[in-house]
Ligand binder design. Structure first.
Ligand code: ADP
Ligand code: MG
Length: 677
């Protein structure tokens, strides 16, 4: 049986098994699926094509008895002279005294090692008696622990394949193998360990990748379905007429992307399952407008709504604009950490009694003592800061509201369908008409004075500017321009009629507010700030964003910052002051100047960083695949996703015998039993 201990494989003793355990290999099945991390391709080339210091493979005949010399207790040197294409090649093997017995004059050998073209000499890392059959051979390389060597591991895997290989049963329906021309499961495993040629290896990998993706996507789709079934009963019967007249309140027409996202969300809200949806859209694409409409829809269904944002500043800004928008239609309140005792108590009472219709705030919103009368919809801005914990908090209070996550950090499609495979995704991939592209420039620090003059010119014609600096305090070690210094520098430089403001995370909340308010009212024209303005802040009159030490920010963050300008109808500029030390840093700056599209930027960021780092490993929720790579194999990923969706929607797992094996395998996944939130 495949789930027996590896000790049952011939040639694996106690110590060997212990070392295998270090590699997380316990059962025969584990062993069979312990795959090479790479393959060395050994190709026999004519001597004239061998490159000095390359790893090469040659085949030849041993001319004389090899000579063996010892030096030190265990060290030895075996020298062969080999005839290759009638040229005498010297082959040196270190510490393989035992090989002398196997290699005799007249034998043909295949030798792999480092080539010295000047001395016509090879330093052998691998040898084999006889000639390599094909001109190309593929050597699997395993990562090994303890006393295990690549060679010994290959031997026991080969043994295990021989004795147990037939038990590797097919799990994919036959029709899929035919349609995609995939090898069987058993063949694929065998070929991944012992590929005969590149074509075989390619097909084996294709099969394995598809299987990994399909299983993962099936799991995600099943989870999604389970979500839906488990949360029956929160259909929100909103008033369509009222919602339509609410939309009329906006001084603009919704874009068609806004309209279709809105429609998708409203369908979820009206249906009996609980919504679990991600709304993606670039900064300024109009997500907040859509959010407001959904919150209103919830109110017309007799429910309460909550809007949760990451910072107090943002909460206050949303609070103000929503209050304006809703007017007498709703009782809108603000709840943040700085709302004081009496007012706070009054809000809480109002929420529980159902007198407060709509609550805006930070995380403080859904915790501890905050009780709702009937919470219908929670909207969470910047989704990745809202985790499993918060959802559990809501559930523990007996609440199963529809949940909409909004993010202005577009997640590459490849990641969205893996990391968020159990979510529905809506995209606003279009900007409101008339928006001008923010022009982005990357400059060196010595341009600073010219930039300041550029700012003066624009401020004099009524516009405003941001200057962002990464840290607030002097740091000797890191040569960082700090916001306070910068502030003083600018006050000196600018004529007195240009007012400069300073904002950073250490300021008390009311001071931050005051500064932000003055900036919004154009009483301050230039705002020096750390990244606290990063998320959501809206001052349409600001047209210049200067980012100091831009190489210290990630692409997503830079794009967020750039999104603070270009919100009005005037031409806006984003100026990156950066002297990146490495290629990745330079590449980031170039990408910023090349594209304004958040989705494209996210894809390129992903290419630069790799999937694990995209969200930060800790909370990524990104599965680890053995062979598959989400970025490289994204086509296979999309295929698997479509197939999984079809299989789950058609309930094939439950009804069709071809899918029995898949069903059995998925049934062993603990997540599918426990992971509901
Ligand atoms: P986001 O939340 O995606 O960053 P907002 O909803 O804050 O975007 O919208 C950015 C700005 O664009 C706001 O000033 C908003 O009033 C305006 N806006 C939103 N939708 C439209 C539209 N369809 N046409 C014109 N302006 C719009
Ligand atoms: Mg619903």
């Amino acid at each position: 049986m495949l789930n027996e201990s590896v000790k049952n494989v011939k040639g694996i003793g106690e110590k060997f098994a212990e070392d295998l355990n270090l590699m997380n290999v316990y059962t025969i099945e584990d062993l069979l699926h312990y795959l090479p991390y790479k393959y060395d391709v050994l190709e026999i080339l004519p001597l004239s094509e061998l490159i000095h210091e390359d790893k090469v493979t040659i085949v030849g005949r041993i001319l004389y008895e090899p000579s063996l010399t010892f030096y030190g207790r265990k060290k030895s040197r075996l020298v062969l002279t080999v005839d290759v294409e009638n040229v005498a090649i010297k082959a040196v093997m270190f510490n393989r005294a035992f090989a002398k017995k196997q290699l005799n004059a007249g034998d043909t050998v295949t030798l792999t090692g480092k080539w010295d073209a000047h001395r016509l000499q090879i330093t052998v890392s691998n040898y084999r008696k006889g000639a390599q059959e094909d001109s190309t051979e593929i050597q699997p390389m395993y990562s090994v622990k303890g006393d295990i060597t690549n060679y010994r591991l290959k031997k026991v895997i080969s043994q295990a394949l021989e004795d147990y290989g037939d038990q590797i049963t097919e799990i994919l329906p036959e029709s899929y193998l035919t349609a995609y021309k995939l090898p069987s499961r058993k063949d694929a495993v065998e070929m991944l360990h012992f590929p005969q040629n590149r074509v075989q290896l390619k097909h084996a990998r294709r099969r394995y990748i598809y299987e990994e993706f399909l299983l993962f996507q099936l799991k995600m789709q099943l989870l999604r379905k389970k979500h839906r079934e488990a949360t029956e009963g929160n259909a929100q019967e909103y008033d369509e007429e009222k919602v339509n007249s609410f939309i009329e309140r906006f001084p603009f027409k919704l874009t068609s992307a806004q309209n279709s996202s809105l429609e998708e969300i409203l369908i979820d809200m009206r249906s009996s399952y609980r919504m679990n949806r991600l709304l993606q859209g670039d900064v300024g694409s109009g997500k907040t407008a859509v959010a407001a409409i959904c919150l209103y829809a919830s109110l017309t269904a007799g429910k309460q709504g909550a809007l949760m944002v990451p910072t107090e500043i943002l909460a206050e800004q949303h609070y103000q604009s929503l209050q304006e928008l809703f007017g007498e239609l709703a009782n809108v309140r603000l709840l943040t950490g700085s709302v004081k005792m009496k007012e706070r108590r009054e809000i809480l009472t109002g929420l529980e009694a159902g007198e407060v219709d709509l609550i805006i705030g930070t995380h403080a919103l859904i915790q501890d003592d905050v009780l709702f009368q009937d919470l219908g919809l929670v909207i969470v801005d910047e989704q990745h800061r809202f985790g499993v914990e918060q959802r559990r908090t809501l559930r523990d209070k007996g609440l199963h509201p529809d949940v909409l996550f909004m993010t202005a950090t577009p997640i590459p499609r490849t990641l969205a369908i893996t990391a968020f495979g159990d979510m529905d995704v809506s995209q606003i991939n279009e900007m409101p008409a008339g928006r001008k592209k923010v022009e982005t420039l990357w400059v060196k620090e010595n341009m600073f004075e010219r930039i300041l003059n550029f700012i003066i010119k624009h401020v004099k014609s009524g516009e405003q500017a941001y200057l962002i600096s990464p840290l607030i305090e002097e740091s000797d070690k890191l040569d960082i321009q700090n916001a306070v210094d910068l502030y003083h520098q600018l006050v000196e430089f600018f004529p007195p009629e240009i007012k400069v403001g300073l904002m950073h995370g250490r300021l008390p909340a009311d001071e931050k507010d005051a500064v932000m308010k003055e900036y919004a009212e154009n009483k301050i024209q230039v705002l020096v700030s750390t990244t606290v303005v990063e998320v959501g802040v809206n001052v349409p009159n600001a047209t210049i964003m200067v980012i100091y030490d831009a190489e210290r920010f990630g692409l997503a963050q830079l794009h967020q910052l750039r999104g603070r300008v270009g919100r009005g109808d005037k031409q806006s500029y984003c100026i990156l002051i950066a002297e990146p030390k490495n290629d990745v840093g330079k590449e980031r700056m170039s990408i910023m100047t090349e594209t304004n599209n958040g989705f494209e930027l996210a894809e390129r960021d992903l290419q630069l960083r790799g999937p694990g780092d995209f969200f930060g490993r800790k909370q990524s929720g990104i599965p680890e695949f053995k062979v598959a790579d989400m970025v490289h194999d994204y086509r296979a990923l999309e295929t698997a996703r479509n197939d999984a969706t079809y299989i789950v929607n058609q309930e094939l797992l439950e009804t069709d015998d071809e899918y029995r094996k898949l069903r059995e395998l998925l049934a062993t996944d603990p997540d599918l039993h426990t992971k509901l939130d």
